[in-house]
Structures are given as C-alpha cells and as structure tokens.
Design a protein around this ligand. Structure first.
Ligand code: CTP
Length: 134
C-alpha cells in the first residue's frame, strides 16, 4: 500500500486541481490531502471564497481523494508524513525546490507535478469579476 500526501487550498475546485489529484493518486494506492484551514490561509495572505468545511466536503467528493486532513502550519509536514505513513509527498511544480518541502526527502519520496496551464483559483476569481463588470 503506497500512501501519497499532498497539500493545498483547493478553493473553487477546478480541472487543474482534479488533474493534480488524479496524477497524485496514480502514484500510489491512497491519497491524503492536507487542506489549508482558513486561519492558515490568512497566514499565507490568502482568502478562500469557500470556507474550510465547504472545501473539505467538495474534496471528499472527488474519487481520487481518500482522506482530507487540516493543514494548519508550515511545520506540520514531517509529523504528517510520520502519522499517516506517507511514502510520497506530492506538490505542484510551483513549489519545486522550496525549503518548505525539500527537507522531507530524508523521510519520504518528494514529487513535483507540473501544473495544468491556464487555470488557477485566483484566475477564476479575476475572470468572474470581469464578467460581473460587463
Ligand atoms: N494546481 C495545478 N494546476 C493548476 C492549479 C493548481 O496542478 N492549474 C495544483 C497546485 O500546484 C497544488 C494544488 O493544485 O498542488 C492545489 O493548489 P491551490 O494553490 O489550492 O490552487 P490554485 O488554483 O493554484 O490557487 P491560487 O490561484 O489561489 O494559488
């Protein structure tokens, strides 16, 4: 049983997210998503449109996701790897080489997956705003 762990905000769930989750799950047999809490997002300077509980329920409805846990700090990753016995941590390529994740290489495999071009939650928000203005 290969267990895969990934992190993110997953606001306004879109096909870039689904692509990431499908490829992450395909690396193993069980996918755990550390979902940024509203408080952690605030710390990162991000405000999600949907609150944590809503984002969690939506992620849980995705067939590639086996378990959603809260991501509350930058420092919890190693603890999560150990608690959930993760074999692989997967992040989008926007995090490639980041010291926030690189140290995990001593404890598990670390894989960066290319982002799907042309879409992001921020992008959707901007575009919806433009539609409203028309
Ligand atoms: N992701 C991806 N391709 C995209 C958008 C996101 O592969 N086009 C991945 C990210 O790399 C990350 C996960 O999906 O591993 C969750 O990303 P998140 O930051 O929640 O989504 P974004 O759409 O990038 O949100 P934002 O615009 O707020 O940064």
């Amino acid at each position: 049983m290969i267990r895969v762990l990934t992190y993110g905000t997953y606001d306004l769930l879109h096909y870039g997210h689904i692509n990431l989750l499908r490829r992450a799950r395909a690396l193993g047999d069980y996918l755990i998503v550390g979902l940024s809490t509203d408080r952690f997002n605030a710390l990162k300077g991000k405000t999600a449109f949907h609150d944590y509980e809503t984002r969690k329920r939506m992620l849980e409805a995705v067939r590639y996701v086996d378990l959603v846990i809260p991501e509350e700090t930058w420092e919890q990753k190693l603890g999560d790897v150990q608690t959930y016995k993760a074999d692989i941590v997967v992040m989008g390529s926007d995090w490639k080489g980041s010291p926030r994740f690189e140290y995990l290489r001593d404890y598990c495999q670390l894989v960066y997956l290319d982002r799907t071009p042309g879409i992001s939650s921020s992008d959707i928000k901007e575009k919806l705003h433009l539609i409203k203005e028309e």
